[in-house]
Design a protein around this ligand. Sequence first.
Ligand SMILES: Nc1ncnc2c1ncn2[C@@H]1O[C@H](COP(=O)(O)OP(=O)(O)O)[C@@H](O)[C@H]1O
Ligand SMILES: [Mg+2]
Length: 247
Amino acid sequence: MTIVSVRGLCKRFGDLEVLKGIDLDVERGEVVVVMGPSGSGKTTLIRCLNLLESPEAGSVSVCGAGLDCGAALSKRAVRDIRRHTAMVFQQFNLFPHMTALQNVMEGPVSVRGLPRAQAADLGRRLLGRVGLGDKYDCYPAKLSGGQKQRVAIARALAMEPEVILFDEPTSALDPELHAEVLQVMRELAREGMTMVVVTHETAFAREVADRVVFMDGGTVIEQGPPSSFFTKPAHPRVRTFLQLVAS
Ligand SMILES: Nc1ncnc2c1ncn2[C@@H]1O[C@H](COP(=O)(O)OP(=O)(O)O)[C@@H](O)[C@H]1O
Ligand SMILES: [Mg+2]
């Protein structure tokens, strides 16, 4: 079953054409890694998938909730698409004035309408699942970057999304903290979560991705399973890029 379906997606910022007609399908349970040089449109693409950005043309559909981007965005379609997606940002985006548990409870209470006690149970369960069972009452300022990102993943899970979109989830972290976040993501993948992950973590991509999508200049120039993508990329730009991230 196709969870995400994107056709002919175009997005510009003023004169800058950032996405030039992207087509992308993601199947249930699939892990798609998106790579590409800085400025190629990776962040914009995943922000368009949950309509944090409004595309000018093309269509986005998530779990059957579809949207034709040429027309004015229908509020209902936007809400339906957002209900199925959750996002994990490079900079965590936690609420600084809320504890870890309150951060995880916020969406279930305010968006899903869960009673607070039930949201708190869910929050504690999810924080336990990301290895933070002893940090419920910590404020973000007291957590390491890796712990903050794990809270952000628990917060994403609390929305019970059909797909989680990750935007370079480890790139703001010190190198020694990458592993704990990647381990949580690896477990989610193993449990069948559908994930779109912008990352340059090639070891993670080789091990966990079902497919790697490479963007350059607002288009997808190559995609394939990691076995062929990393060993015999067809496009010279992909080869050059892989040499750079490997060195
Ligand atoms: N809100 C914005 N306003 C203007 N330009 C933007 C905005 N967001 C991104 N851009 C530009 O769009 C291009 C693609 O950005 P982005 O999607 O962040 O690329 P990537 O994530 O691959 O580095 C870049 O040239 C960037 O400067
Ligand atoms: Mg980016």
